[in-house]
Design a protein around this ligand. Structure first.
Ligand code: IPM
Ligand code: MN
Length: 348
């Protein structure tokens, strides 16, 4: 096998997941051929349906199996028949934590021709990335409940961060800022109230910035103010670095201003590449439009582009970016999944 053959684990999942994954892989096939990229793929059944059939969310053995791959591509996961939290924790968080995918990289980019609800803003105003810490904070699972169901019930979910988690995330975000022309980074936190956790973030941000990235301009926003600025003046932002929960929330605002959840892509990264990173649209499984040829596959296509770039296949990734620039002005809202896929293939 040629040395550049990438092993890709595919988890199409539920709802529209398989449809949009198919489009992304059709495109992969095309750009791979054109750029002499070789890969092998294996499809895994994990998701809501698999859980209902087998009782498995994602076993330790399956995790070990996934570790043999270079990347994971996921469509969407979710089922209304399953109690909320089971698939989220059993599959998504399990993959993030077991594979130590400590960065959640989410581009917020308005493509040409895509409508943003923010008046008078154009693609040159909306083009930033959110680096969301992906293993800690309120997602650590630290907490508990006592006296459940009584008037004295106590429920605790705690925001937990250690120096290692904070510093590796911040250092990665600075590196991304360094690779972009504006040399600008914003930390989003809540130093006025969460004085322990964000004191740690703020100190590490300053320390790493001063010592290792003196050419990068640093800014700080409290999360509430940031929500306002991102909507009013998205052009203020280039790289945002923030905690797990704040990143979760901010990227939903990001999704709206970049034209909707179907434009929002994400990658869950282990930057050292000691484990496979995972690429997936932010979108939900959208069961209401499943198998009706209605799903917009753009977020899956952007996720595919990010996967190729992360695997070092920059020419193939650039081909996808160029085709995106041609296709997004085409009024995608009126097009079916297959029409979008076809327009895309023609643009490649
Ligand atoms: C996301 C999702 C997940 C998260 C859920 C499904 C666990 O909202 O990827 O943003 O909260 O991280
Ligand atoms: Mn989310």
């Amino acid at each position: 096998m040629p040395h550049n053959s990438h092993k890709i684990a595919v988890i199409p999942g539920d709802g529209i997941g398989p449809e949009i994954t198919n489009v992304a892989f059709e495109i992969l096939q095309h750009v791979a051929k054109k750029n002499s990229v070789t890969y092998i793929e294996r499809v895994f059944p994990f998701g809501g349906n698999h859980y209902l059939l087998t009782g498995e969310t994602l076993s330790q053995e399956s995790i070990e199996e996934l570790k043999k791959y270079d990347a994971i591509f996921m469509g969407a996961i979710g089922s209304p028949k399953i109690k909320t939290g089971i698939l989220e924790k059993g599959i998504l968080l399990n993959i993030r934590l077991s594979l130590d995918l400590y960065i959640n990289y989410r581009p917020v980019k308005l493509y040409p021709g895509v409508d943003t609800p923010i008046k008078d803003k154009t693609p040159s105003d909306i083009d930033f990335v959110v680096i969301r810490e992906n293993t800690g904070g309120m997602y650590s699972g630290v907490g508990g409940v006592s006296m459940k169901g009584t008037l004295d019930e106590v429920a605790i979910n705690t925001k937990v961060y250690n120096y290692k988690q904070v510093s590796r995330c911040i250092r990665y975000a600075f590196k991304i800022a360094q690779s972009r022309p504006r040399k600008l980074i914003a930390l989003i936190g809540k130093t006025n109230i969460l004085t322990y956790v964000f004191d740690l973030w703020e100190r590490v941000f300053k320390e790493i910035g001063e010592k290792e990235f003196p050419e990068i301009k640093r800014e700080y926003y409290n999360v509430d103010a940031a929500c306002m600025h991102i909507i009013k003046s998205p052009e203020k932002f280039d790289v945002i670095v923030t905690s797990n929960t704040f990143g979760d929330i901010i990227t939903e605002i990001g999704a709206v201003i970049q034209g909707g959840i179907e434009m929002a892509a994400s990658s869950n990264l282990n930057p050292e590449k000691t484990t496979p990173s995972m690429f997936a649209p932010v979108s939900s499984s959208a069961l209401d439009i499943t198998a009706q040829n209605k799903a917009n596959p753009i977020a899956a296509i952007i996720s595919m582009k990010m996967m190729l770039a992360f695997l070092g296949e920059h020419n193939a990734a650039d081909d996808i970016e160029k085709a995106l620039q041609k296709v997004t002005p085409m009024n995608l809202d009126r097009m079916s999944t297959k029409e979008i896929a076809k327009a895309f293939m023609n643009g490649l």
